[in-house]
Design a binder for this molecule. Structure first.
Ligand code: TYM
Length: 362
């Protein structure tokens, strides 16, 4: 290979309620990319297992995330849609990366600290090694582009660090076996040929960090105990309207420029949501609503959110009622994904010197 083939990979965990942050920060952005380059969209059920999941709920949620992908407009004829556990290469490469990543790197991960809370001793080993599995998801396909929300930035930096250390540690071997790709960003500290690409995080747009509707300083999250804090993709029209109506605000009217949103986290969040849903910039939204009270802005936001989300929600509900159809898509997707990941793992075994007598030699 003379250059890395552009390829998109991203994933969503099947843990409880999908919300507006998942949609605007990730899923909605997956859709146009499927027309730009080969794409894989994964339901990361092995990641979900890092904290306790009721087995039946996990299966249901796996199908529900798949339904959300489809309802949002991902076409399984173009992109590969599959669930992680059906492609064993993810777990296998994650083990190799467990041996590449350093304890110190993982100890710095803020998501682990947040999720494990005060009682780290009682967190699963899987939760600690979570970012290594995420690196394996991406690199099992040598993916070059990863669209995610802001909260995944640190994990993607770690993915680059893992790729870099693997490329460095095995540099001679990669070259000897003729498996390297010329480094697209030549640099004296790095080998001139790489096996894994240094993945590009795609964190862009107005919706990379949607905040809680109850507290503009906290991220909108599946795990927030207050359901009023988030708009779920399964919420009906009344629920969406009610949550926007109850969303926390401040007493001032909306400013007419983005600068006026500084120090006003709730106003900033609602304007950002409006901008992302309408495909406008925040400036454009403020050009229309600047000077108006929230009592005028909220009904407009509500109407927009319902118009955008209700048809998708209906489609999701229709799709989850046919699990056979969903399972067929996931099964076919897993086969197509494995076709890409199997040769990568074959290379990785050769590079690392893991004997492959059972598979024969290429
Ligand atoms: P997860 O399941 O927590 O979230 C799925 C996607 O939604 C984005 N997101 C948000 N974006 C904007 N505002 C928010 N409030 C918000 N909340 C969530 C997340 O950034 C993410 O893009 N570790 C990942 C899943 C994963 C993955 C991967 C992603 C596993 N392997 C490989 C990319 C590539 C996660 O927990 O996402």
């Amino acid at each position: 290979m003379t250059a890395f083939q552009p390829r998109v990979f991203s994933g969503v965990q099947p843990t409880g309620n999908l919300h507006l942050g998942n949609y605007l920060g990730a899923i909605s952005r997956f859709v146009p990319l499927q027309d730009q380059m080969p794409a894989l969209y994964c339901v990361v059920d092995l990641h979900a297992l890092t904290v306790w999941q009721d087995p039946e709920d996990l299966t249901r949620a796996t199908r529900e995330v798949t339904a959300a992908y489809l309802a949002a407009g991902i076409d399984p004829k173009k992109a590969i849609i599959f669930n992680q556990s059906q492609v064993k290469e993810h777990a296998e490469l994650a083990w190799v990366f467990n041996c590449i990543a350093r304890m110190g790197w993982l100890k710095r991960m803020t998501q682990f600290k947040d999720k494990a809370g005060k009682n780290q001793e009682n967190a699963s080993v899987g939760l600690f090694a979570y970012p290594n599995l995420m690196a394996a998801d991406i690199l099992a396909y040598r993916a070059t582009h990863v669209p995610v929300g802001e909260d995944q930035k640190q994990h993607l930096e770690l993915t680059r660090d893992i790729a870099q250390k693997f490329n460095n540690d095995y540099a001679e071997r990669i070259k000897e076996l003729g498996l390297g790709v010329p480094n697209p960003e030549p640099n004296p500290e790095m080998p001139d040929e790489l096996y894994f690409p240094l993945t590009e995080p795609m964190i862009a747009g107005t919706a990379t960090r949607i905040m809680s509707l109850r507290d503009g300083t906290k991220k909108m999250s599946k795990s927030d105990p207050s359901d009023l804090s988030r708009i779920n993709l399964t919420d009906d029209q009344d629920a969406i309207a009610k949550k926007i109506k109850k969303a926390k605000t401040d007493p001032e009217p909306l400013p007419s420029e983005v600068k006026g949103l500084e120090e006003r986290p709730e106003a900033n969040n609602l304007v950002g949501i409006y901008a992302a849903l309408s495909g406008q910039t925040k400036d454009e939204v403020l050009a229309e609503f600047g000077g108006q009270q929230f009592s005028a802005f909220k009904p407009a936001l509500s109407e927009l959110a319902v118009a955008k989300l209700a048809p998708m929600c209906e489609e999701m509900k229709r799709l989850v009622e046919d699990p056979t159809h969903i399972d067929a898509i996931l099964g076919e997707g897993a086969e197509r994904a494995a076709e890409i990941a199997e040769p990568v793992l074959h290379d990785v075994r050769r590079i690392a010197g893991l004997l492959e007598a059972r598979y024969g030699h290429r």
